[in-house]
Design a protein around this ligand. Structure first.
Ligand code: 13P
Ligand code: SF4
Length: 309
C-alpha cells in the first residue's frame, strides 16, 4: 500500500509540476518520497532554485512561509496546514519594538522558527546551522536574539564580542530533554558520542561531544569513526541516520523526543493535497501572505542567505 501510494504521489507530482520538500523531523515514509530532505537552512536555499511552479512542504508552517517569501511567484502548499511550531508564536512585535527603543546600535536576529509577521520586523534571520556565522557578520554590537533562548545562548557563547539580549522562547521538544536523561543514556552506552541540537538547554549542550543542526548531526555521525551515538534532538532524524549508517547504532534519550506538529504530516495527506490540487478543497493548504508582509519579511531571509555564504 505504502509503495503504491509513493508511486501515485510521484505520478501526480510529474503531472502537476510539484516538488516536495521535507524536514528531517517528519516520518520516514514521507522523507522517502520527498525530492529534497534537509535542515531549515538547506530547505530555504533549495526553495530558491527548484524549477517546479508548485512547492509542497512536508514540515511546519514557518518553513512553508519562508519558501513563499523567497518565491513570491510560486504556489506553496502545506501537507498539513495545522502543522505549526509553537515556538514560532512566542515572540511579539511589541516586545521587539520595546527592545528597539532601548538601543541605537541593535540588530534583531530572528530564528527562522518564527512567523512571517515577526520576520517582517526583524533585521536578519538565522537557522541553527548558520547562526554563529551570520551574527558574526552583522556590524551591530547589540543583538536581540528571538525567540529561542537556548540557541541564543549557544551563539552568544561563541561570540563574546557581541552584547546579547535574549528572548525567553523555547522548543518544548528540545527543552524536555533533560541532563538526567542524557546522563542515564551515557551510563547505558558509555562508549557512545552525544550529538545535540542547539535548541537543547545549556546543561545538555555542555554534556555533548558535538552540537549542530539536524543536517550537521547527520553529517557528523556519518563522517565519524565512532559507531555509537546518543541523539539529543527530535526522533525523525533517526531515519536518515540509519539510512546513511546501517552499521552504526543510534540511541535516544527517552520517550519525549517527539514533535507532534511535525508528525501531523503523513503520506496520505501528501497524496490528498496532490490529488486535490486545483480544486477549492485545497485552498486552505496554500500559504497566503499580505503584500506588506511579503515585502518586509523576505528581506531578513535574503540577508541571511547572503551573510551565510
Ligand atoms: P534544523 O533542521 O535547522 O536543525 O531545525 C530544527 C528544528 O527544530 C526545526 O523545527
Ligand atoms: Fe518547533 Fe521544536 Fe517542533 Fe521544531 S521540533 S517544529 S522547533 S516544536
Amino acid at each position: 500500500m505504502e509503495k503504491e501510494r509513493a508511486a501515485q504521489i510521484k505520478e501526480l507530482q510529474k503531472e502537476k509540476d510539484v516538488v516536495i520538500l521535507a524536514h528531517y523531523y517528519v516520518d520516514g515514509e514521507v522523507q522517502e518520497i520527498a525530492d529534497y530532505v534537509g535542515d531549515s537552512f538547506y530547505l530555504s536555499k533549495i526553495a530558491t532554485s527548484v524549477p517546479q511552479q508548485t512547492i509542497l512542504f512536508a514540515g511546519v508552517s514557518f518553513m512553508g512561509e519562508s519558501a513563499k517569501l523567497l518565491n513570491p511567484g510560486k504556489t506553496v502548499l502545506m501537507a498539513d496546514e495545522c502543522a505549526d511550531c509553537p515556538m514560532a508564536h512566542m515572540v511579539t512585535k511589541e516586545q521587539i519594538a520595546e527592545v528597539r527603543g532601548e538601543y541605537d546600535d541593535l540588530s534583531v536576529v530572528c530564528y527562522v522558527n518564527s512567523t512571517a509577521e515577526i520576520k517582517s520586523v526583524s533585521d536578519v534571520c538565522v537557522t541553527s546551522s548558520n547562526a554563529v556565522k551570520v551574527v558574526s557578520n552583522i556590524p551591530e554590537k547589540n543583538i536581540f536574539f528571538v525567540p529561542d533562548n537556548n540557541l541564543g545562548r549557544y551563539v552568544a557563547a561563541k561570540l563574546p564580542e557581541k552584547n546579547f539580549i535574549f528572548h525567553d522562547g523555547f522548543c518544548h521538544v528540545h527543552k524536555s530533554i533533560e541532563a538526567a536523561n542524557v546522563k542515564a543514556a551515557k551510563e547505558l552506552h558509555p562508549d557512545a558520542l552525544v550529538l545535540t541540537h542547539p535548541e537543547c538547554t545549556e546543561d545538555v549542550v555542555a554534556m555533548s561531544d558535538f552540537v549542530g543542526s539536524t543536517s550537521e548531526i547527520i553529517d557528523f555521525a556519518t563522517a565519524s569513526d565512532c559507531t555509537k551515538f546518543i541523539i539529543c534532538t527530535e526522533m525523525g532524524v533517526f531515519f536518515e541516520l540509519q539510512q546513511k549508517n546501517p552499521q552504526k547504532k543510534f540511541y535516544s534519550v527517552g520517550h519525549r523526543q517527539f514533535c507532534p506538529n511535525m508528525k501531523r504530516v503523513t503520506l496520505e495527506k501528501v497524496y490528498d493535497v496532490l490529488a486535490g490540487l486545483g480544486t477549492e478543497d485545497m485552498e486552505d493548504k496554500r500559504i497566503e501572505l499580505s503584500d506588506e508582509i511579503m515585502q518586509r519579511a523576505a528581506t531578513p531571509l535574503w540577508r541571511m542567505l547572503e551573510l551565510a555564504k
